[in-house]
Every structure is written in C-alpha cells, then in structure tokens.
Design a binder for this molecule. Sequence first.
Ligand SMILES: [Zn+2]
Ligand SMILES: [Zn+2]
Ligand SMILES: [Zn+2]
Ligand SMILES: [Zn+2]
Length: 328
Amino acid sequence: MSVHEEKTVKAMYEYMDIASVDAELICKICHSPFTEPQYTPCEETFCLECITKWIETQNSCYTCQESLSVNALTQANRTIRNMLDRIRVKCIACEQTELRRGTFADHVEKVCPKTIVFCSSADIKCPWAGQRVELDQHLLNCRFEPMRPGITQFITENKQLKEQVSQLITQITEQQDEIRQLKEQVNQHRTEITEHQNENQQLKDQINQQTTQIIETENRIRQLTEQVNQQRTQIKGHQDENQQLKNQINQQTTQISEKQNQIRQLTEQMNQQRTQIKGHQDENQQIKEQIVQLKTQINTCQRENQKLNASLTKEDSRIISINTQLRE
Ligand SMILES: [Zn+2]
Ligand SMILES: [Zn+2]
Ligand SMILES: [Zn+2]
Ligand SMILES: [Zn+2]
C-alpha cells in the first residue's frame, strides 16, 4: 500500500481491538498505531504526520528535546511496517470487520459496497455517482450506455471540432500577431518617413544657411584679399624705406666710426696738450716767481735810484749855488 493511500484512508477505518496492539507500535504523540512510521536519530518512532507537525512548531525532538529537522528522519524498517499492516480494522462505511490495515485501501477501492463510485458510462458524460452497491441498479436504468455509439460519435466529432477550433484560434492568433507586427512595421515606417522628412528639412535649412555663409565668406575673402594687397604694397614701401634707412644707418655708422677715430685722435692731442700746458704752467710759475724776484730787485733798484736822484738833485742844487756864487 502506498504512503498516500495509507494517509488518505486513515479516517475510513477504526481499530477492532486497540488494547491488543503491541505498545511498541503506539505513537507517543497521537496514542494510535503508527501511520507511515519514522525513526528519529535518538531511535524513537513516530507517525510521519505527528513528528513533522511537532518539528514545525518546536524544531526539536518530542522525546529528547535535541534539535531536529524533518530531513534527519528515516523510514521505519519493514518488520515494523509489516506488523502495522497486520493490525485488524473495521470499515466504518460498510462495517465489515477483520480487515487487515495494510490492504484496507484495496477494500475501499475495489470491494466496499459503500464507496462512492461513478457510472461506467462516465466517459460518455453520465453524471451518476453513488454507492457501489447501487451501481448495478443504475446500470439497468442508465440512459447514457445505450446511446454510447451516437454519443461516442458526437464526442469524437466534438473533439475534432474542438481541435479545428483550436487550430483556427491558433491561426487567428498567429494572424493577429502578424497584423500587429505589420502595424508596428507600418508605424515604424511612418515614424522613419517623418524623421526623414524632418531631417531633409533640416538639411535644406542647413544648406541654405551654408550657402548664405559661403557668399558672406566669399565677400569677406574678397575684402581681405584687397586688404592683403594693400598691405603688401605698404610692406613693399616699408621695405624700401627700411632699406634706405639701413643705408643711412650704415653711412652714419661709418661717419660715427670716423668721428670716434677723430675724437680718439683729438683726445690724444688734448692729452698731449694738457701735458704741455702743465709743463707751461710749471714754467710760468717759475717765471712768475722770477718776475716777483725781479720786481723786488726792480723795487730795490728804484729805491736806490730815488736815493741817487735825491742825491743828484742835492748835488745839482749845490752845483747851481756854486755856479751862482762863482758868477757873482
Ligand atoms: Zn502519531
Ligand atoms: Zn530524540
Ligand atoms: Zn467497507
Ligand atoms: Zn450511467
């Protein structure tokens, strides 16, 4: 019996004599025989559902309180599971007793008269559902089973039509996608055309502006060319003038050089003359000193002359007087 079946049918049976079940097979959490028994690392056994719910809230072992996760659980061995499978149960629905717990799912699925089943014509849309015990009676009255060939044909046609519809829907969807793509392309093209038109207009404007600029530039170039020619003429004039000035400067430089030579010669002459003048001055000084001496001598002579003149005058007077006397 699969794990899923064991869990699903658990609520559909009850234990016939739970007191006789071995205590080793009883879950400490739910106090019933284990369902899907699991070992913990501490070698305790619990129902999978019981210990999982416990771990989800407590994160630890129910018995030893050690940290525990669902991944650490392992399935109980076959011996335990076989012992559990042999426990006797009673079907709550049909009250049949002495059923083995391990085969109870088979009882529900194949035997139990109280199990809810569907009509064998459910595949051709008979909606009937009821207890298995009532199925034979229903089949006697089932209105679908006699119409099976027609309904099967309808179902087949319906299925084919559905497939066609599905194909048509697929085609329509594809065509809608295509239309959407085409519309997007058209929109893109429109946008591109508009952009190109704008670009063209901008380019035309630029060309017009540039044409205007070119004309202005040509005029400017013409003016500049005239100015350049004028300036060339001026430069030529300046160059000629410069050449003349250079020539003058050269001449003047030559003259200056000559003058400098003259000045040098004159300076030398002047120096010589200064030396001569100095000599003359010294000589003059000597002559002046001689003159002073001579003046002194002249003065002395004059004084002597005066004295002699005085003496002469006296003598003259005496002579005169003598002569007078003599005449008398
Ligand atoms: Zn349990
Ligand atoms: Zn433990
Ligand atoms: Zn039953
Ligand atoms: Zn039916």
